[in-house]
Ligand binder design. Structure first.
Ligand code: IMP
Ligand code: MG
Length: 173
């Protein structure tokens, strides 16, 4: 499968950008009670690097949602496979995602989390594909804005594979 991938973002580029994001988050959340909410599975390498670049005392908790239907596109109906093990009520919440594509997943997850009455709710994504957006979601922190490519690596998968590539590349089926 690796032979179908052409590099898009190198390890060095990713790590430099993640450190910048971490520094900004460190400033923006200084003195605040923050829960970083990671969306599994794709977020695991990004969130591991990101939270280590944040010089703050934070909670890190994970959630896993699934879109109904299958294929490469989400349908907008999400159900919770794994819920947070921390309350976000009255606390600041930062949702961290690998990629925002149509926006449907984050739209649903944001609404679900807003019902739990956090003090604030913001979104941080490694990758953004704005040309694919179907619903408006306010993305507060973006690592890289990319063209409409199907990308893999650094957490992003093709049919469950290639998440462990240390860089991000374009997958050619
Ligand atoms: P959305 O609901 O369309 O924004 O979809 C977001 C989810 O779709 C991401 O969390 C990924 O799991 C998946 N996804 C979207 N684009 C890609 C891609 O280019 N490569 C791998 N997964 C993707
Ligand atoms: Mg994902």
């Amino acid at each position: 499968m690796r032979d179908r991938v052409t590099p898009l973002l190198s390890e060095a580029q990713i790590h430099a950008r993640v450190r910048e994001l971490g520094a900004r988050l460190t400033q923006d959340y200084a003195g605040k009670d923050l829960v970083v909410v990671g969306l599994l599975n794709g977020v695991f390498p990004f969130i591991a690097d990101l939270v280590r670049a944040m010089e703050l005392d934070i909670d890190v908790s994970f959630m896993q949602v699934a879109s109904y239907g299958g294929g490469l596109e989400s349908t907008g109906e999400v159900h919770i496979l794994k819920d947070l093990d921390r309350s976000i009520r009255g606390r600041h919440a930062l949702v961290v995602e690998d990629i925002v594509d149509t926006g449907l997943t984050l739209f649903k997850v944001s609404n679900l989390l807003k019902d739990r009455e956090p003090l604030s709710l913001k979104i941080c994504t490694l990758l953004d594909k704005p040309s694919r957006r179907k619903v408006e979601v306010p993305v507060d922190y973006v690592g890289f804005t990319i063209e409409d490519h199907f990308v893999v690596g650094y957490g992003l998968d093709m049919d469950g594979k290639l998440r462990n590539l240390p860089y991000v590349g374009v997958y050619h089926p």
